[in-house]
Design a protein around this ligand. Structure first.
Ligand code: PEP
Length: 250
């Protein structure tokens, strides 16, 4: 049985006081046991978020980490540092990291390996750009992102991986993939997994959709057979909107 997951990516938003306030608001909302909820505050607020959520079922994830164990990498954060403050989930490959910080599939493959070596859980993001879809190459792009960023992992590693399909043209734009477009791609991802690993791995991996999910469209998107939840940007910055999305599974 696949896990239903909704994760909020807070990006470079919310200072310490705002993070505390948002977490306090979230803790007042009702969250069903059937859904695994995560939030990813910025680095400086991870430790306080872990403390604030100690008695809650909500998990704290990091938005990124470096591929090396330690060393002269000014401004970077390692897997061990995250774990030392109680963070064992990390988002890797977000399209903003790929676009603004030059993260390639090959670099992401290294980050995935490091995270898994530290027994961390990876939320691996990928998705085509608008130009790819306009040229009908969205399936090839997605397949390559998976092949070169992720398909070096072993079969047993898959229990530590969550996929997040995020078409770049739908992130923060107000444009959403239609539920049918999301389902079509998610089914393709599962087929690709079955071909490269096994049908049972394909069946068990949770695949989240991300891209302008809001309370008004979440239920229809999450209602599709191969969509197991969402990675939420803008709408995760408001506790009520985020909880409405968390409760949108039919
Ligand atoms: C995201 O950044 O992962 C995202 C899905 O953003 P938004 O929900 O704002 O489109």
């Amino acid at each position: 049985m696949r896990k239903q997951i909704v994760a909020g990516n807070w990006k470079m938003n919310c200072d310490l006081a705002e993070t505390d306030a948002l977490l306090n608001d979230l803790k007042k909302q009702s969250i069903p046991d059937s859904t695994h909820v995560m939030v990813a505050p910025t680095y400086t607020n991870l430790q306080s978020a872990v403390r604030s959520l100690e008695d809650s079922s909500i998990t704290v994830a990091a938005q990124n980490m470096h591929q090396s164990e330690s060393g002269a990498f000014t401004g970077e954060i390692s897997a061990a540092m995250l774990q030392s403050i109680g963070v064992d989930h990390v988002i890797l490959g977000h399209s903003e990291r790929r676009a603004y910080f030059g993260e390639t599939n090959e670099l992401l493959a290294e980050k995935v390996t490091t995270a898994l070596n530290h027994n961390m859980k990876v939320i691996f993001c990928f998705g085509e750009e608008l130009v790819d879809r306009q040229h009908g190459r969205e399936f090839d792009v997605v397949k390559d992102q998976l092949k070169y960023g992720l398909f070096h992992v072993s079969e047993s590693d898959w229990q530590h991986i969550i996929l997040a399909y995020e078409p770049v043209w739908a992130i923060g734009t107000g444009e959403t993939a239609s539920p049918e477009q999301a389902q079509e791609m998610h089914a393709f991802i599962r087929k690709t997994l079955a071909e490269n690993y096994s049908p049972s791995i394909a069946e068990e991996v949770s695949i989240l959709y991300g891209g302008s999910v809001k309370p008004g469209n979440a239920s229809e998107i999450f209602g599709k057979a191969d969509v197991d939840g969402g990675l939420i940007g803008g709408a995760s910055l408001d506790a009520e909107s985020f909880t409405a999305i968390v409760n949108a599974f039919q």
